[in-house]
Design a protein around this ligand. Sequence first.
Ligand code: SF4
Length: 266
Amino acid sequence: MLDTLKDYKIAGAKTGIIFDIKHFAIHDGGGIRSTVFLKGCPMKCRWCHNPESQAKEPENFPGKVSIGERVSVEHVLAEIEKDTVFYDESGGGVTFSGGEPLLQPGFLSALLLECREREIHTIVDTCGYAVPQIFNSIIDKVDLFFYDMKLMDKEKHIEYTGVSNDRVNENLKTLSEKEKAVVIRFPVIPGITDSEKNLNDIADFLSPLKGIDEIHLLPYHDTAAAKYKKFKKENLMVGVKPPPAERIEEIEKRFTGSGLKVKIGG
Ligand code: SF4
């Protein structure tokens, strides 16, 4: 049962568009989790591993597959509830990912409230790009944020993701002010995000933020190349190789040196 029905009205959403629900996920947060992938993203990162998630509407790839379907809150809850026993035993819960879940705030809000009603732990995995009013409307319904930090240079952020990082930075500061639980997720993309300047700028930005002291390094891998081919999307990462283990270790040391707890991988 919802305690604030007005939340549905943010986007009038008793339904939303998802492109997958993954059961028994062990890399999307603590314990055994169900991960709900909401469709649509305001960014267009060059290295995106889920290019089929970016468009807001369901897409049909003739002869191949359809990506995305409109489903009800009840439908998603029924899927989530299948795994309740595993959440309880493992300290897991539900992760809302994408795409960008905040692109469907009414639907996301409804799902978060229903999870809270059932005492199911929630993570929202976000790129942070949302109008502050929308972002603020879901903050108190989330147990833990996974929050992407990519590039601190505004022009480079626009060049490589398609949008400015102003909102990303502002919303992260709000989470810190509210002392919310946040884990930063940093994609290590050779030649793009791994410059010394970007590492230093991210460390400097995070250091005064209260309660934000854990960062996950997500090394680039090229396994999405097949998806770009399959879905006929332009792959701008041809030839980019995953970062070597030694570089990941250096970056780990860089952030550890700034007092951050570092984990490699998701
Ligand atoms: S924010 Fe995530 S889902 Fe969106 S384009 Fe970037 S990598 Fe892909």
